[in-house]
Design a protein around this ligand. Structure first.
Ligand code: RTP
Ligand code: MG
Length: 148
């Protein structure tokens, strides 16, 4: 089992896409283990996107991600990190396939609706940045042995 950090960005919250996005991951078969609506401080944004600090769009990225509430989530499942990235679609919505979240709902790279961890190392780092251990819930939905 693998955990990934996903986040509906301020544009996704503003456009009422939290439910749609949560539904896609639930229906896929992943399990929500943590979730909260929150504002991101400038410090947290700079840490979260630290790998991009030398890029020309860094300032805009930090301004955007702190511009309104986000919905931060931790999801668990087999290959959750890579599969979530596939379901999100390419970073630039001009390249993201229809059927993906960005392919269906985004039109511009700066406002691409959702963030997802890109590797096991990023997932651990990002989950730790956004969630305390006690905010993550371990549980099983399997009530019957035959549901495997
Ligand atoms: P994210 O981290 O948000 O999940 O997106 P990603 O892995 O698909 O893409 P990444 O390379 O990590 O870039 C982070 C975010 O920066 C914005 N970006 N703008 N103006 C530009 O050329 C440009 N390139 C990237 C995007 O919003 C991207 O999600
Ligand atoms: Mg990224």
């Amino acid at each position: 089992m693998e955990r990934t950090f996903l986040m509906v960005k301020p544009d996704g919250v503003q456009r009422n896409l939290i439910g749609e996005i949560v539904a896609r991951f639930e229906k896929k078969g992943f399990q929500l283990v943590g979730g909260k609506l929150m504002s991101i401080s400038k410090e947290l944004a700079e840490q979260h996107y630290g790998e991009h600090k030398e890029r020309p769009f860094f300032g805009e990225l930090v301004d955007f991600i702190t511009s309104g509430p986000v919905f931060a989530m931790v999801w668990e499942g087999e290959n959750a990190i890579a599969t979530a990235r596939l379901m999100m679609g390419a970073t630039n919505p001009k390249d993201s396939a229809p059927g993906t979240i960005r392919g269906d709902f985004a039109a511009t790279v700066g406002k691409n609706i959702i963030h997802g961890s890109d590797s096991p190392e990023s997932a651990v780092r990002e989950i730790g940045l956004f969630f305390k251990e006690e905010e993550l819930v371990n549980y099983s939905k399997l009530m019957n042995e035959w549901v495997k």
